[in-house]
Design a binder for this molecule. Structure first.
Ligand code: PRP
Ligand code: ZN
Length: 303
């Protein structure tokens, strides 16, 4: 339907309806956001420094922006959807003039928002922060956490390099993004509370049915890619008498495929196994009599 019509119009260079996707220009989300678009089969030329790029084979246009600006650009309609850290949208949502929703969790760029104090500082609970100065770029999330714990602190909002605030005497503690923990370590800080867990998410404003159609197609692709990453395709040989035990271990998308081998009494079994239980299942399959087990990555998985 729209797929054929947009391809026709697109190739004849007529101006067509395009969905505008905001992506972080450079930072923790950038590489994986672009990789995801590629895995979704969306091709475009990203030349360094350019702020805009249109895809060749899907009706989207990318805007490369600072991550902190993305929620507002989506709310204002400059972009239609955006890929952003959940921490950023959670922080900015209360101050947005128009609604913006998380429509898909993307599973990458996982990090946490934590409270940290100088190494060696006395800390037994969040109550110890009563009346203390905390530097952060996330005042809304921090404030909500402190309120929930009945703690009143002085929140100092700073936009970057939060981790140096204690050492220059600006704050007693910080609340900042932690991923590997190396920034805290190199600044002599210890993490004392995790207040928010974050991953990359797709956000959207309410859209026209035409644009919503493109978003639905994009989400369908994202989900197929995500599902594929969480599963492996497995092929093994099994003697017929071992089949019941092996079948019981393999869920498959419906049920495993079993085909007889040229050698009588032997079968090839094909199935799909979730990544997280994969090693456990492999061990059990071997015990049950499986041989020659091949494991293959899945590129897309469509239900
Ligand atoms: C965050 C945070 C720290 C660093 C922590 O900055 O402010 O500087 O990441 O990561 P680590 O635990 O792996 O050392 P971010 O990369 O989000 O940059 P930004 O604040 O400029 O957006
Ligand atoms: Zn940022």
């Amino acid at each position: 339907m729209y797929l054929t019509s947009y391809q026709n119009t697109y190739s004849s260079l007529t101006i067509v309806l395009m969905l505008r996707i905001a992506i972080q220009k450079s930072g923790r989300l950038t590489d994986e956001s672009l990789e995801l678009m590629q895995e979704c089969g969306i091709d475009f030329a990203k030349s360094g420094g350019k702020l805009k790029a249109a895809a060749y084979n899907f009706p989207v246009e990318f805007l490369f922006l600072r991550d902190d600006d993305i929620p507002e650009y989506v709310a204002d309609g400059v972009a239609d959807v955006g890929i952003i850290g959940e921490n950023v949208i959670a922080e900015e949502r209360p101050s947005l003039q128009r609604p913006v929703d998380i429509i898909e969790r993307l599973g990458f760029s996982r990090c946490r928002l934590s409270l940290a104090v100088p190494k060696g500082a006395a800390y037994s609970s969040v109550q110890d922060l009563q009346g203390k100065r905390i530097a952060t770029s996330f005042p809304n999330i921090l404030n909500e956490f402190l309120q929930q714990h009945g703690v009143q602190s002085e929140i100092h909002e700073i936009s970057g390099s939060v981790e140096i605030a204690p050492s220059i005497g600006l704050a007693d503690a910080i609340c900042d993004i932690v991923s590997s923990g190396s920034t805290l370590l190199s600044n002599g800080l210890s993490e004392v509370e995790t207040i928010f867990r974050s991953e990359a998410v797709l956000i959207s404003r309410p859209l026209s049915p035409e644009k919503q159609h493109i978003v639905d197609d994009l989400r369908f692709r994202i989900q197929s890619v995500g599902r594929a990453k969480k599963n492996k395709y497995i092929i093994l040989n099994a003697p017929s008498e071992a089949l019941p035990a092996i079948m019981a271990l393999l869920p498959g998308m419906k049920s495993p495929t079993v085909t007889p081998l040229a050698t009588s009494g032997w079968n090839a079994v094909h199935s799909v196994v979730p990544e997280d239980t994969f090693w456990e299942i492999i061990g059990k399959l071997k015990e049950a009599g499986a041989e020659g087990i091949l494991v293959v990555p899945i590129e897309k998985m469509i239900l």
